[in-house]
Design a binder for this molecule. Sequence first.
Ligand SMILES: Nc1ncnc2c1ncn2[C@@H]1O[C@H](COP(=O)(O)OP(=O)(O)OP(=O)(O)O)[C@@H](O)[C@H]1O
Length: 255
Amino acid sequence: MSLLLEVKHLSKTYRKQTGLFRQRSVTALDNISFSLAAGKTLAIVGETGSGKSTLAKLLVGIEKPDQGDIFLGGTAVKISNYRQYNHVIRFIFQDAAKSLNPHQKIGQMLDDVLHFSTILDPQQRKQKIKHTLKQLGLLDEHADYYPHMFSGGQLQRVALARALILDPKLLILDEALTALDPTLRAQMVNLLLQLQQSSGLAYLLITNHLRLVKHIADDLLVLHQGKPLDYGTTASVFANPAHDYTRKLINSALT
Ligand SMILES: Nc1ncnc2c1ncn2[C@@H]1O[C@H](COP(=O)(O)OP(=O)(O)OP(=O)(O)O)[C@@H](O)[C@H]1O
């Protein structure tokens, strides 16, 4: 199986100014390594402040690591050529649907993404938009809708369309499913699993929702105060956590 993403010894420390001449260092990530194969899902879990969002920011190039390397398809990624790989890794935040511009039609929003990141001509972009809407169970005419004209479930699909229209290989879901009500979450999970099966997409699922992790993640990495604790297949970590912290996390979520 080909490795899509390899993260080796990634560390990140933030320096906060706490006074005129004083700084405090916060180690957000300390020597994190993991890998993810095409078509698989890796969940990253940990309490608030454990470094999950920092990790996502390093992977999409918003922040720069102090140490370590990120490899995509075997090639080291550099922040200076981020634009080259923003096709490959896409990101969905919590409340992604709410972050859509209320004054812009969905078709225009998707066209902007393609215009910025591809060399497709207007006709090709139109076709691509049509195809992506269909792939996500939306209709051609939805291209002419504004965000407020959609239901909650459709809006989630629109947010997914924005992420998937560039045919990424990896989608990072940063608490993207957490705020959804259970029915909507189940629909989204089914859609994500279908897309994964049909296109071989890999997911990096950042969440504290351990039931969800158990249901959809192949592998699991537990972070605590920036440090990696348990890492392995989800089944093995759930069955045999090596750290007390992980055991408590699992027990509190599943009891
Ligand atoms: N830009 C920043 N400047 C200074 N410190 C930061 C910055 N971003 C994050 N931190 C610190 O790094 C640590 C890890 O933060 P991070 O946001 O990655 O955690 P998290 O696990 O994603 O938490 P949450 O679930 O609350 O988002 C925290 O102690 C946080 O205060």
